[in-house]
Design a protein around this ligand. Structure first.
Ligand code: ATP
Length: 515
């Protein structure tokens, strides 16, 4: 645990030190769960956004992108269910005065039981060695069965109570399980209350003409209300998708995990409109497609897992998360939801406008069903950033900090470094930059000894260093150094563009998502 915390602290301080992420309004001591992206962070975020947009919009003939406003007519949020149901159950500890999500306290408890079961399994695997039959052990070992059964019971009861709005039972469960506040250690809890996560504000200048509006808590509704506009103007045929990237706002109860849970964040969502009855097929399709997209970045298959939902949101008939191994354990990175016709049918009801599609093959009108893929851009940023940050011990026993960002996402692709600040080397370095900057983000760096500059670029995540030395003046070759392998080779200036392209070309990366 302590290690996890240390690792996470390192991620946060590295993000600040290297110009990725800082607290918002830091000079005023920051604003809770609100963050700014600095020069490198803005580039990395843009590259992730682009990587998603290309995969979803550019590479799909039947998916188009839109950019809807953050403010929407307030009835939108009645229709979507957010006014009535976008709540989290909160509970306060009377001694520490800390506020928690009641469901998270219970889920953490269940996760501990699961961890105990895993421990038993690991112990047995060690004991039995090669002869270990995991499946048999898991299905017969009494301890494992007991832990899992108990976790199951706890989660099922919580889901049932939340579903039926029985908040007293949620509290009773917390008490029965003897869950204590991690800060005070006490079990002195308040009642569980529902808390709506939407931010409200007023639109319009005069008191009587202004209306209460919300900052959107998800981008999806901007897609639903535009469903017919896009379908008609784009002559889209079902199945088709509408994608969008944009800000969303949630007044999260507990927000202590850096950019994992923010009050202002960015979502990348795609709603895929399909024939009713085909949701199972498309749900599986998008689960698979989205996992491939993640794996194409090469961060390791073992870093991801699916988690199927027990407790379904008010709009879903099936839902799964793609979880990622964050520095604090496996947590949701992306959601894939089969939303049925919940949203469109409700918008029809509340707006009085038909939101139907005429299917020429079936010769009938219907309200399409929807499968959604929804990923937090900031969470993806944290996944990429934390996974890439490594402390490495080199062959000579020294260590280096390296940010092994997938090259396609790296903010700066190459740094151009004159070996010394004289003899015309800086001028030549600038000449190379002038040529490369048409294609890539490149940077000039002349301060400190060359070894230190390499280390600085390693830590900043730059995949290539290009060193200009005296030999360059004679034969127009430079040293090209690779961040990950630290290999160096001599290449002519005019082949630099090709060398860099090979590593950062989005086509090569995204091709891996389509196999
Ligand atoms: P969680 O259970 O973690 O609160 P959620 O299930 O409410 O998330 P969704 O409503 O499905 O999340 O939103 C889709 C995606 O948006 C999530 O998978 C996550 O990546 C991102 N997201 C949601 N809330 C936040 C937040 N407060 N900060 C950053 N990203 C978020």
């Amino acid at each position: 645990m302590a290690n996890q915390e240390d690792d996470f602290k390192k991620v946060i301080s590295h993000a600040k030190e290297y110009g990725y992420v800082v607290q918002s309004s830091e000079i005023y001591d920051g604003l809770s769960a609100v963050y700014d992206y600095a020069q490198n962070g803005a580039e990395l975020k843009k590259n992730i956004r682009d990587y998603w947009w290309r995969a979803m919009v550019q590479l799909h003939e039947n998916i188009v992108g839109i950019d809807a406003a953050i403010f929407m007519h307030p009835t939108t949020w009645k229709a979507s269910g957010h006014v009535d149901a976008f709540n989290d159950p909160l509970i306060d500890n009377k001694d520490s005065k800390k506020r928690y999500r009641a469901d998270v306290l219970i889920e953490d408890f269940a996760a501990k039981l699961e961890a105990k079961a895993e421990k038993e399994i690991a112990k047995a695997a060690k004991r039995f060695g090669d002869a270990f039959d995991r499946e048999q052990f898991v299905s017969t070992n009494l301890r494992v069965l007991k832990y899992r059964e108990q976790a199951d019971e706890v989660l099922t009861r919580m889901a049932r109570s939340l579903e039926s709005e029985d908040l007293a039972d949620v509290k009773a469960l917390i008490e029965e399980l003897e869950i204590a506040c991690p800060i005070s250690g006490s079990r002195n809890w308040t009642d569980v209350k529902q808390f709506n996560l939407m931010f409200g504000t007023r639109l319009g200048a005069t008191a009587d003409s202004s209306m209460e509006v919300y900052l959107r808590p998800e981008t999806a509704q901007g897609i639903f209300v535009n469903f017919l506009n896009v379908q008609k103007s784009g002559r889209m045929k079902i199945p088709f998708g509408i994608a969008q990237v944009g800000k969303a706002f949630r007044n999260e109860i507990v927000a202590r995990q850096f950019i994992f849970r923010m009050r202002e964040f960015e979502q990348m969502e795609m709603q895929f409109f399909i024939r009713p009855g085909e949701q199972k097929k498309w749900y599986e399709y998008w689960k698979d497609a989205r996992m491939k997209w993640h794996l194409s970045l090469g961060m390791g298959e073992s870093e991801y897992r699916f988690h199927d939902h027990e407790k379904l949101a008010h709009y879903a008939d099936a839902a799964a998360d793609i979880e990622f191994r964050f520095p604090f354990g496996f947590k949701e990175l992306e959601g894939i939801h089969s939303r049925t016709d919940f949203d469109l049918a409700n918008h029809e009801k509340y707006s009085g406008k038909k939101l139907q599609y005429f299917d020429p093959e079936l010769g009938e009108h219907y309200v399409p069903y929807v499968v959604e893929t929804s990923i937090g851009l900031d969470r993806m940023f944290l996944a990429v950033f934390s996974n890439s940050l490594r402390e490495e011990t080199l062959e000579d026993g020294t260590t280096r900090t390296v940010l092994r960002l997938p090259a396609v996402l790296a903010p700066v692709k190459a740094a151009v470094l004159p070996l010394v600040k004289k003899d015309g080397l800086p001028e030549l370095a600038h000449e190379i930059i002038e040529e490369l900057r048409w294609e890539f983000m490149v940077q000039y760096d002349e301060k400190d000894a060359i070894g230190r500059r390499y280390r600085r670029q390693d830590a900043a995540g730059t995949p290539f260093c290009i060193t200009v030395d005296h030999q360059t003046l004679e034969d127009r070759t430079v040293t090209l150094r690779y961040r990950d392998s630290m290999e160096q080779k001599r290449v002519p200036i005019n082949s630099l563009s090709g060398e860099i392209h090979r590593e950062v070309d989005v086509k090569e990366w995204l091709k891996k998502a389509s196999v």
